[in-house]
Design a protein around this ligand. Structure first.
Ligand SMILES: Nc1ncnc2c1ncn2[C@@H]1O[C@H](COP(=O)(O)OP(=O)(O)OP(=O)(O)O)[C@@H](O)[C@H]1O
Ligand SMILES: [Mg+2]
Length: 324
């Protein structure tokens, strides 16, 4: 099994991309999990909608995600449809569907191991790096197929910035960290690179702190500064989407507050999909929340509704800290 720590690499880092393997073919239908639609079950077993979701999941009964009506008709940059993923024979994502609204912050929450990071990594095809992974289903970025035949994964990743749990600056200067993705693309014009560094570091809320020490090694920055540098690097290529996998979990409350403020400043310009374990953070920082459990998308809706008026008892129990 690969832990999150093993995947902590920036999507623009050349060595990772050079290791890319072709996406495997979807598993044949017969090999997929046998989920039975609720309608096929005897009357007494239709409990999923009325607080029996976890039981239904453990019995392998299929159920539809509880999507709040107010999610309808949103302009979505990422569309996920009936997406499944297997690590070898173990299914980690089961028929996940959701749209991620443009220019807003959407949070994925759920107990450890429920598939949040897996789903996030599917969006920029980071899971291609794991040879045992197979997928089935559709994902689209601004209408473009993410898993279609002939997709250029490196081009795809330029449209999607990613930031991990643990800050992972490269062992080089602050300046070179930010321009790294552009250098890989062959950009050499110092004037343009200077502009990108200032714009990205301003965007990441770090410019004032580092503008006089851009040649310093990035590893000398504090953890919070390193994480903002990683955000700066992720936005240097002006992606459409930012994927953040627990970006504050290694930070103290002050550094966490700065990242949360930054997320508010970045939204609008970027569509943000963030994984968080912190319910307060999800409430403060996101516009929409999806609650996942054992690889299923259980409930999805506007943040305040999901926290204050969840439709399912399971969601309420989770967001109020009764389990997980
Ligand atoms: N590389 C891997 N190989 C095999 N199984 C994996 C791999 N990565 C994750 N898994 C399994 O897939 C499931 C979902 O894992 P994932 O890391 O996506 O969960 P998560 O919701 O992000 O958890 P956490 O909150 O602890 O980060 C887990 O059962 C996990 O053990
Ligand atoms: Mg995770």
């Amino acid at each position: 099994m690969i832990e999150d720590g093993d995947m902590q690499d920036d999507s623009t880092q050349a060595p990772v991309e050079s290791e890319l393997v072709a996406s495997p073919e979807p598993r044949p239908a017969a090999a997929r999990s046998e989920e039975r639609p609720l309608a096929d079950l005897p009357a007494g077993q239709h409990g999923a909608r009325m607080g029996g979701v976890f039981e239904a999941v453990s019995r392998g009964v299929a159920f539809d995600t509880e999507v709040h009506a107010t999610m309808a008709g949103k302009d979505c940059v990422i569309e996920i449809e009936q997406f499944n993923l297997w690590y070898g024979t173990a299914q980690a994502l089961h028929s996940n569907s959701m749209g991620v609204p443009a220019g807003q912050v959407t949070a994925l929450i759920g107990p450890s191991g429920c598939g949040k990071s897996t789903l996030l990594r599917c969006v920029n095809r980071m899971n291609d790096l794991i040879p045992t992974v197979t997928t089935k289903g559709d994902m689209r970025l601004s209408g473009d197929d993410i898993y279609g035949p002939g997709v250029d994964v490196i081009e795809l990743r330029k449209r999607i910035g990613m930031v991990f749990q643990k800050p992972n600056p490269f062992p080089m200067s602050i300046y070179e960290n930010v321009v790294y993705p552009l250098r890989i693309d062959g950009l050499r014009d110092k004037r343009i690179l200077d502009e990108v560094v200032e714009k990205s570091l301003r965007g990441a809320g770090l410019w004032e702190e580092v503008k006089d020490r851009l040649e310093d090694n990035a590893l000398r920055l504090s953890g919070g500064q390193q994480q903002r540098l990683c955000i700066g690097r992720a936005i240097a290529g002006e992606p459409e989407v930012l994927l953040l996998d627990e970006p504050c979990s290694a930070l103290d409350p002050i550094a966490t507050g700065r990242i949360e403020d930054l997320i508010q400043e970045l939204k609008g310009h970027y569509t943000i999909l963030i994984v968080t374990h912190n319910m307060q953070q999800a409430q403060r920082a996101s516009d929409y929340v999806a609650f996942m459990y054992l690889g299923r998308m259980v409930e999805y809706g506007p943040t305040q509704d999901l926290f204050l008026n969840p439709h399912l008892k399971e969601t309420e129990d989770y967001v109020t800290g009764r389990f997980g």
